[in-house]
Design a protein around this ligand. Structure first.
Ligand code: NAP
Length: 326
C-alpha cells in the first residue's frame, strides 16, 4: 500500500497527513514548488515528497508511480477569478482521475474531499442528505460538484466522496477572524439566523482514514459533520465564554455583509491576493442555512464525529494561542 495525498500542506490536508503518519502508512505528498510548508515540518521518514500540480497532467502521471491509494484533498477555496475554481476543483480533479486511471491494475481507491457547498444549502428542518438533488449556490460549490462528477463518472477503480461541512480547528484561517472579533469584545450577530453544520478537522481526517480501506464505503458519497447544529452567534458566544471575556452583540445585517464582501473583493483585486470573503462568498452567506444530515456515515461505516463544539473550540483556541495567531 502506498498513498498519494494532494493538498497535504493545506489546513485539512495537513491533519490528514498527521493521521497517516500516526498510523505509519507509507505516504507520498504532492507539493508545488511554491507550496508553503509551514504545517509540514518536520516530515517523518515514511513521507516522500513528489513535486507536481493537479493542473499539470504530466507531473501527476509521474507522481502516481507505485501509488495504490489516493486522498485528493487539494482544492481552491478562494480565487481572484471564477475560472480558478474550475481549473483546480473541476479540471484538476479530472487530471487526478485520468492520471490514476493510466496506472491499470495498480490503483485500489480514491478518497475525494468534496464539500457541502457542492450539494448546496440545507435548513434545520430540512437538512441536505446524500440523495438530495445538488443545488450549489456559489462558483466554488458548482466547481466542487463538477469535481465530484469527474470522480463518479470516470474513476475506473474504487472511490469514496466525502462532503465536509464547514471545517474548523487548529491551523484554520477561515474561522480565525471570528475568534479575533470576539477578542475585540464583539459578537458577530447576523440578522439572518443561519444554522450551520460544522466538523472539527481531526474528526474529518479520521473519517478519511476509515474511508481509505473500508469495503462498505466503496462507491459512496458521505456528508461529514458533527451532529450539533449551531449559528455563527452561538459559536461566538462559546468562544467568548472560553476566552472568559465580556463581549457585546455586533449586528451584521445582510446589506452590511454584502458591503463587506464587496470591499474585500475590491481589495483582493488591487492587492492580487485572493480573500475568502469575496462576492461569491456572499451567495453562501445569504443562504438560509448550511445544515446536512451526516447520519449515513455513522450508520454505514460507524464513523462518529465525536468532537462537540465546546471541545472543538477549546482545541482551536489553545492552538491559536500557542501559534501566536490570537
Ligand atoms: N476548510 C473548509 O471549511 C472546507 C470545507 C469543506 C471542504 N473543504 C475542502 O477541503 C480541501 C482542503 O481545503 P483547505 O481548507 O485545507 O484549503 P487550503 O488550506 O487552502 O489548502 C488547499 C490545498 O490545495 C493545494 N492546491 C491548490 N491548488 C493546487 C494545485 N494546482 N496543485 C496541487 N495542489 C494544489 C494547496 O497547495 P498550495 O499551498 O501549493 O497552494 C493546499 O495544499 C479542499 O478541497 C476544500 O474544497 C474545505
Amino acid at each position: 500500500m502506498k498513498i498519494l495525498l494532494t493538498g497535504a500542506n493545506g489546513f485539512v490536508g495537513s491533519h490528514i497527513l498527521d493521521q497517516l503518519c500516526a498510523r505509519s502508512l507509507p505516504t507520498a505528498i504532492l507539493l508545488r514548488p511554491t507550496s508553503n510548508k509551514r504545517f509540514l515540518e518536520p516530515l517523518g521518514s515514511e513521507v516522500e515528497v513528489r513535486h507536481g500540480s493537479v493542473s499539470d497532467p504530466v507531473s501527476l502521471r509521474a507522481a502516481m508511480s507505485g501509488i495504490t491509494h489516493i486522498i485528493h484533498c487539494a482544492g481552491c477555496t478562494k480565487a481572484l477569478r471564477t475560472s480558478e475554481f474550475y481549473e483546480i476543483n473541476h479540471i484538476g480533479t479530472r487530471n487526478v482521475v485520468e492520471a490514476a486511471n493510466a496506472q491499470p491494475g495498480q490503483m485500489r481507491r480514491l478518497v475525494h474531499i468534496s464539500s457541502l457547498a457542492a450539494a448546496g444549502p440545507g435548513e434545520l428542518a430540512c437538512p441536505v442528505r446524500e440523495d438530495t438533488l445538488p443545488r450549489p449556490v456559489s462558483e466554488y460549490g458548482r466547481s466542487k460538484l463538477e469535481g465530484e462528477r469527474e470522480v463518479r463518472n470516470h474513476c475506473r477503480f474504487e472511490h469514496v466522496i466525502l462532503r465536509p461541512s464547514a471545517v474548523y480547528g487548529p491551523r484554520d484561517t477561515g474561522f480565525l477572524p471570528l475568534f479575533k472579533t470576539v477578542k475585540c469584545h464583539l459578537l458577530p450577530t447576523p440578522n439572518r439566523k443561519q444554522a450551520l453544520s460544522l466538523i472539527y478537522v481531526r474528526d474529518l481526517a479520521e473519517a478519511a482514514m476509515v474511508c481509505l480501506e473500508l469495503p462498505a464505503a466503496a462507491g459512496k458519497t458521505y456528508f461529514v459533520a458533527s451532529e450539533e447544529v449551531i449559528t455563527a452567534r452561538g459559536m461566538a458566544d462559546e468562544i467568548a465564554s472560553q476566552m472568559k471575556i465580556w463581549a457585546m452583540p455586533f449586528p451584521l445585517p445582510l446589506v452590511f455583509l454584502w458591503q463587506l464582501c464587496l470591499a474585500r473583493e475590491i481589495i483582493a483585486r488591487f492587492t492580487g491576493k485572493a480573500n475568502i470573503l469575496g462576492l461569491q462568498k456572499f451567495a453562501e452567506l445569504k443562504a438560509p442555512g448550511w445544515v446536512c444530515d451526516a447520519s449515513l456515515l455513522r450508520r454505514e461505516i460507524g464513523c462518529e464525529c465525536r468532537t462537540n463544539l465546546k471541545a472543538g473550540i477549546a482545541g482551536t483556541l489553545s492552538w491559536y494561542r500557542k501559534a501566536g495567531w490570537l
